[in-house]
Design a protein around this ligand. Structure first.
Ligand code: ZN
Length: 133
């Protein structure tokens, strides 16, 4: 793992959350992206070396929608940047971790992503992401 690439926060109203985080961080989001495969709209803020990703559901059945129904808004995942996501998946599976999607999928912000099951990580959802070059 190279660094914390971003921290994902589940929100129910992206516009309001954008305003709030713009106040907290002192910058506006640098991008908003509709990730249709995940049924979410995301916005990204730069904060030094890392980023904050806000995620709002666009469908009742999305993972973010279910998360908010069960737990309310809040910290959703921590994403670590990796050099080679396929190698990391093999390494972690050999250590006994359950990977939610073994075949990395395309996520927001030009990344290949996968997740470690929260049950294997103290109930924290961990995302691995690799920049698509
Ligand atoms: Zn993320």
């Amino acid at each position: 793992m190279k660094k914390i690439e971003h921290i994902g926060i589940a929100v129910s109203d992206l516009n309001k959350a954008n305003e709030l985080y713009a106040k907290i961080l002192g910058v506006n989001p640098y991008k908003t992206e509709n990730v249709e495969t995940e049924n979410v709209i995301t916005s990204f803020f730069k904060c030094g070396e890392t980023k904050i990703e806000l995620l709002q559901s666009t469908s009742k059945d999305s993972a973010i929608s279910k998360f908010i129904q069960n737990r309310g808004e809040g910290l959703h995942h921590i994403a670590f940047q990796v050099e080679d996501i396929k190698t990391e998946i093999v390494r972690l599976k050999n250590l006994g971790f359950k990977i939610i999607n073994d075949a990395p999928k395309k996520g927001a912000d030009n990344k290949l992503i996968c997740f470690i099951h929260p049950k294997d990580a103290n109930h924290v959802l961990i995302e691995l992401c690799q920049e698509i070059k």
